[in-house]
Design a binder for this molecule. Structure first.
Ligand code: GN1
Ligand code: MG
Length: 393
């Protein structure tokens, strides 16, 4: 029996499973959609008829302490549910977030005989997500969802959340790692054995040389958010960590956002990480996986729509400092993701899943091209951030 079928059977009555299939485009965990006749052993009542739930095998190389991930999920869910009870959304708005399903034995996860960590989550009903922003209305909904998400957890003390992924979005740390990986490869080259010719060729390709130069030219600036954090200008707050467009669920009928999924990186951080990440994903309408990386471009109108939606919910708690560092966040997050992809390429693709050996190199090029597009529109992007700030004052 396949490992995922065995895992699915822990969360529901075995002979009721209708289908298990791979789901989504995650770069880290393995995700499956399970269709069943009924769910058993679970605290969340559901109406009769076929049900779907999400089954995931957590990548424990990325999340070495998955119990902490589950603990954060619990703290987060309890907080948001309580807050929404106190302050319900005006109808017809709904907010629906994945809930942890229990195994037949009443546990929140299952370790398979090989030690892999499995967990199941409710499927957000009557909703879908899109790989890229469809239009300006969708963009506003994406921003609205992230703004509401930040608002709902703005009073959750960051200390209640464990650091499940130390160093996540800390750009100087990624630069250090990049330096180590380059150093190791240089060390190997100087060894008698040396790396295979194919690797040397890859490393010296024009694309790889472009990436190396690109990173070097931005090395000093790349600490901008961490320095501001260290000076106390930007506070730690609970964040989502990965609010890319396809993690925002929208109602299939109305197109209104109904929740954010992929909650594994909910932990203390800077809201700038989230905003930068959401904008690098939303304003790049061609997506992260395009063949012709030179076409990647940052769309300022989508940026305006996402910020408009975001600030309608989160504007109330942003400080003048938050606005001051917004442009840097927009520029930094694609740079950082490019750096992470390129480092992983040099390291032999050990972190992000790939379909071919140069996959991470091309993903890095897309992000670097996007960064250049942002840099070339700096004046216009800063002006629109200023306009939003002025409107608030
Ligand atoms: C990873 O696995 P996925 O696709 O949800 C990564 C994010 C990146 C994203 C790029 C824990 O997320 O940081 O922005 O790929 N998640 C982790 O698509 O590293
Ligand atoms: Mg993710």
């Amino acid at each position: 029996m396949s490992p995922f079928l065995k895992a699915a059977r822990q969360f529901t009555s075995p002979h009721r499973i209708l289908e298990v299939r791979e789901y989504g485009q995650g770069n880290v965990n393995d995700t499956f959609l399970v269709t069943v006749e009924e769910l058993v052993g679970n605290a969340h009542p559901t109406p009769p008829g076929p049900k779907r739930f999400i089954l995931q095998r957590l990548n424990t190389r990325v999340f070495p302490r998955p119990e902490l991930v589950m603990g954060n999920l619990r703290a987060f869910t309890e907080h948001v549910e309580a807050r929404l009870q106190r302050e319900p959304l005006p109808p017809p708005r709904r907010w629906d977030q994945p809930k942890v399903l229990l195994t037949g034995a009443g546990a929140g996860h299952w370790r398979d005989p090989d030690g892999f960590f499995w967990r199941a989550l409710t499927f957000v009903a009557d909703a879908e997500s899109h790989y890229a922003v469809k239009d300006l209305d969708h963009a506003r909904e994406v921003g609205w969802a992230l703004g509401l998400f930040h608002k709902l957890i703005s009073d959750l003390p960051p200390a209640r959340l464990a650091d499940t992924l130390p160093g996540f979005h800390v750009t100087p740390g990624y630069l250090r790692r990049y330096g180590e990986v380059l150093g190791t490869r240089k060390g190997n080259r100087e060894n008698e054995a040396g790396p295979p010719a194919a690797i040397i060729e890859q490393e010296n390709s024009p694309e790889a040389a472009f990436c190396r130069r690109f990173i070097e030219m931005r090395r000093t600036w790349a600490a901008v958010l961490e320095d501001a954090k260290a000076r106390g200008e930007l506070p730690l707050r609970p964040i989502h960590g990965d609010p890319k467009v396809n993690n925002v669920m929208v109602d299939t009928a109305t197109g209104q956002a109904v929740g954010l999924v992929d909650l594994d990186t909910v932990k203390p951080g800077l809201v700038h990480y989230d905003l930068g990440d959401c904008l690098r994903s939303g304003c790049n309408t061609l997506g992260e996986e395009i063949g012709n990386w030179e076409q990647a471009r940052f769309d300022p109108e989508i940026c305006r729509a996402i910020l408009q939606g975001y600030l309608s919910q989160a504007g109330g708690f942003l400080t003048p400092n938050d606005y001051d560092y917004l442009f840097d966040a927009v520029r930094l997050l694609p740079f950082e993701l490019g750096l992470r992809f390129f480092t992983d390429y040099l390291e032999g693709n050990v972190y992000f899943k790939v379909h071919y050996p140069e996959h991470n190199l091309f993903r890095a090029l897309v992000q670097f091209r996007l960064t250049e597009s942002i840099e070339s529109q700096e004046g216009a992007i800063r002006a629109l951030i200023r306009d939003f700030h002025k409107c608030k004052q």
